[in-house]
Design a protein around this ligand. Structure first.
Ligand code: PGA
Length: 251
């Protein structure tokens, strides 16, 4: 079984640095893993402090800008993140797309992140499913446009997270996605990538996100055709997150 990656997306939580340090330290103290890659993506403000707590857990950011420096009030550049020891960055999350981020913005962010040595975690996923299966086209467009013009040698540095918005824990009237939904989309994304970059290109890892928790992660990781998971809500509870790591470690 290949090494799995578990990536915590804390979103805009917790409310204070003290709580963030406690949550992070609890995960560090109680976790033991060898085979699994564990990444935590806290809000920008907590990155520096948390990075100093442990080397065992890899630190990621939740966004990055596409320019390196200059008159861009409120933005954070890839090299700033690299200078703090950040290794991964989430781009194109549906919550940012909802605020207006486009595939073209995400494309620029990925290019700049790769240029600076950050590994992008590209989130894709449809808002809802239609009977005509148009959602495959939505995901295809997201993958193609977000990765447009990227050197195929660098493609394997990217992780693609399939996150159907209708399955996120915070989506009103949400439904559970199944491991077969995930597997089907993973196969589809690989086909889109192979068509775009050629069959010899080393492909990105594909992971699943959308209400991943300690109970369903074993099924997604075993039957979902993915190399890892991106839990949001469950990653804010140290015990639940530790259990997810444990499941990945013992597959
Ligand atoms: P969730 O969030 O696990 O709370 O659904 C996942 C995400 O939005 O990345």
């Amino acid at each position: 079984m290949s090494k799995k990656i578990i990536i915590a997306n804390w979103k805009m939580n917790p409310a204070s640095l003290k709580e963030a340090e406690t949550l992070f330290s609890n995960v560090v103290k109680k976790s033991s893993f060898k085979k699994t890659e564990v990444v935590i993506c806290p809000p920008f403000l907590y990155l520096e402090k948390l990075k100093k707590i442990s080397k065992k857990i890899i630190i990621g950011a939740q966004d990055v800008f596409w320019q390196e420096r200059g008159a861009f009030t409120g933005e954070v550049s890839a090299s700033m993140l690299v200078s703090l020891g950040v290794k991964y960055v989430i781009v194109g999350h549906s919550e940012r797309r909802k605020l207006g981020e486009t595939n073209s913005d995400v494309n620029k962010k990925i290019k700049n992140a790769l240029f600076s040595g950050l590994k992008p975690i590209l989130c894709v996923g449809e808002t809802e499913r239609d009977e005509q299966h148009g959602y495959f086209n939505i995901v295809k467009n997201q993958v193609e446009e977000c990765l447009n013009g990227i050197n195929k040698e660098l493609i394997s540095k990217i992780i693609i997270a399939y996150e159907p918005v209708w399955a996120l824990s915070t989506t009103e009237g949400r439904r559970d996605a199944t491991s077969s939904d995930s597997r089907e989309m993973s196969v589809f994304i690989k086909k889109v990538l192979t068509d775009k970059f050629g069959s010899k290109t080393k492909l990105p890892r594909i992971i699943y996100g959308g209400s991943v928790n300690e109970k369903n992660c074993g099924d997604f990781l075993t039957n979902g055709g993915v190399d890892g998971a991106l839990p949001g809500a469950a990653s804010l509870n140290a015990d639940k997150f530790l259990e997810i790591i444990n499941v990945a470690e013992n597959l």
